[in-house]
Design a protein around this ligand. Structure first.
Ligand SMILES: *[C@@H]1O[C@H](CO)[C@@H](O)[C@H](O)[C@H]1NC(C)=O
Ligand SMILES: *[C@@H]1O[C@H](CO)[C@@H](O)[C@H](O)[C@H]1NC(C)=O
Ligand SMILES: *[C@@H]1O[C@H](CO)[C@@H](O)[C@H](O)[C@H]1NC(C)=O
Ligand SMILES: *[C@@H]1O[C@H](CO)[C@@H](O)[C@H](O)[C@H]1NC(C)=O
Ligand SMILES: *[C@@H]1O[C@H](CO)[C@@H](O)[C@H](O)[C@H]1NC(C)=O
Ligand SMILES: *[C@@H]1O[C@H](CO)[C@@H](O)[C@H](O)[C@H]1NC(C)=O
Length: 490
């Protein structure tokens, strides 16, 4: 992101100065595209037999796919959408995965550079590791014309994954400083959200995600919000910087409450906590100390044999609502949405089903798909803010507003007062001096394994061992790890 270092200080010191501005326009600079859930091919499942839990593995095989085209004439490819990473990469005909006999990637499409007149090869390579080192995509960066949802971007940079263990590429739409090229080669480039702004397709690097819980489909809306798809007002909280930079879409979880017919109980052990909103992750993953009392309340448990949490299947019919609060911005998910009714597992007690809340690995706390299906989320990369509301599944006719630029008051979006504004970690280390000094917020540790102390308000300089616990050992890969959604099985 251009000027990221300036933004990072400004946004922390003056969280009210920047906020999404929504505009009703006759011809808004907004475009949407459908997304659809898809299952990974059987072939890959066979190759990846070391995964412990079949149920978890099947859940993890769900991807949210989008269709784009690359090249001139346009070649169709289906990519999995990933908010947790920032590069676009596609399979090529000789990608290691697609060149194997059992799955030539015909269903998802490969990009053949020889058939494009606008293709240009670049002289450096992407080498992205997802899922703690086991899931690799590597190959040269290149540029070509890309179309997405009716928008066209010329000379869009992306990578050709000659080495790929995946039947489809990835459409990463996170922060541009978190691309592999920026993080590892110092070759920052305008990734998709920024390129769409530069091309004039949208006004601001921001998008909204709505996953339709009933159908496995959804919509990704670049440059706007659709008021028909959420209930009430959008509530806005700041993105938490990592190492003093905005590189991962993490916000502070401040409370979980469980409302049953006999009352409401609130759970805050270890909170506030930085959590990443990650559509690539099949479960909500949070620390054991926070979840155990909730498990007790709803009859859930954890099986170390299956390496997964379970809940009595009939709790899908119980009347509980789980409310996740982020400095007062709330999203409520019925417990039934967290019970994976079709997924049982060896190691689970009789009549127990996979539970959508599970223990996190140290430093990797993820608000995955079960959360995102209940939420309408606006990712405002330009202002380093996230706006949330409960998703609406039958809101009627589209009511689309453009996200503009500027600092005017936000109709229909409220910035939460006294929001938690900074965190050390997300598995990473100290935020550095700039990001916490003078802030009114709370410094938050992300992980149980972090060292140091939690401080409230004022400047603090702390360190964490959270990331060191990860075999990859590189903070730059964290967004990719989060995004791959494979972590829980490894
Ligand atoms: C992608 O394209 C394929 C083939 O045209 C189509 O079957 C599928 O529904 C499309 N998916 C989305 C998410 O648009
Ligand atoms: C690409 O997808 C579009 C929309 O699904 C379809 O109309 C077109 O025929 C496809 N092109 C090729 C070459 O498959
Ligand atoms: C990518 O990185 C891995 C791990 O650091 C390394 O083993 C591999 O050789 C690299 N591949 C390429 C193509 O640079
Ligand atoms: C794929 O093809 C390109 C260009 O022909 C070549 O440079 C590359 O080494 C090939 N990759 C693999 C994995 O065979
Ligand atoms: C480029 O990316 C690096 C690594 O993510 C980041 O530290 C740096 O601030 C970025 N530079 C610019 C000009 O955005
Ligand atoms: C949970 O939410 C649903 C939908 O808003 C509501 O009908 C139900 O009464 C709630 N249950 C409890 C226990 O609050």
């Amino acid at each position: 992101m251009r000027g990221a270092s300036i933004l990072s200080l400004a946004a922390v010191a003056l969280p009210c100065a920047n906020a999404i501005t929504l505009h009703k326009r006759d011809d808004p600079a907004v475009f949407g595209l459908p997304i659809a859930r898809s299952e990974r091919s059987q072939a890959l499942q066979k190759r990846d037999s070391k995964v412990a839990s079949t149920a978890l593995y099947n859940v993890q095989n769900m991807y949210y796919m989008v269709n784009i085209t690359v090249g001139t004439p346009a070649q169709n490819v289906s990519l999995s959408l990933d908010i947790g990473s920032s590069d676009i990469w596609v399979n090529v005909p000789n990608s290691t995965y697609c060149a194997a006999d059992d799955d030539p990637c015909t269903s998802t499409g490969v990009f053949d550079l020889k058939k494009s007149s606008t293709f240009k090869m670049l002289d450096y390579d992407m080498n992205a590791t997802y899922g703690v080192g086991s899931f690799l995509a590597a190959g040269p960066y290149a540029t070509d014309t890309l179309t997405i949802g009716g928008a066209t971007v010329k000379n869009m940079e992306f990578a050709l994954a000659e080495q790929s263990r995946n039947p489809h590429g990835i459409l990463g739409i996170g922060y541009s400083i978190a691309t592999d090229a920026a993080a590892n080669l110092g070759k920052n480039y305008s990734n998709l959200p920024e390129a769409l702004v530069n091309s004039g397709a949208i006004k601001s690097a921001a998008y909204s995600l709505w996953l339709n819980k009933y159908s496995g489909t959804g919509n990704l809306l670049f440059g706007g919000v659709n008021k028909a798809q959420y209930k009430g007002d959008l509530q806005t909280v700041p993105v938490l910087p990592v190492y003093g930079q905005y590189r991962s879409l993490a916000i502070a979880l401040t409370d979980i409450s469980v409302k049953g017919t006999s009352g409401t109980k609130s759970y805050t052990t270890g909170l506030p906590l930085a959590v990443s909103l990650d559509n690539g992750s099949p479960l909500i993953a949070l620390p054991q100390e926070l979840l155990d009392p909730i498990f007790k309340e709803v009859g859930a448990g954890y099986s170390s044999t299956a390496e997964a949490a379970y809940i009595p299947c009939d709790q899908a019919n119980a009347d509980y609502n789980v409310t996740f609060s982020f400095s007062g911005a709330t999203v409520t998910i019925p417990l039934s949405e967290l019970v994976f009714a079709d997924y049982t597992e060896t190691g689970f007690p009789k009549n127990a089903c996979l539970f959508g809340l599970s223990y996190s690995q140290p430093g990797l706390n993820l608000m995955g798909d079960p959360f995102l299906r209940g939420a309408y989320v606006v990712y405002d990369l330009a202002n380093n803010e996230i706006s949330l509301a409960d998703a609406n599944y039958d809101g009627g006719k589209d009511d689309i507003l453009e996200i503009g630029t500027g600092t005017a008051a936000v109709p229909g979006a409220t910035l939460m007062p006294s929001a938690v504004t900074s965190a050390t970690g997300n598995g990473a280390a100290a935020t550095g001096t700039g990001s916490t000094s003078g802030s009114q917020g709370t410094t938050v540790y992300v992980t149980g394994s972090a060292t140091g102390t939690v401080k409230s308000g004022g400047a603090t300089s702390t360190s964490s061992k959270g990331l060191a616990a990860l075999p990859t050992g590189s903070p730059n890969l964290l967004p990719g790890i989060l995004g791959a959604g494979l972590l829980l099985a490894l």
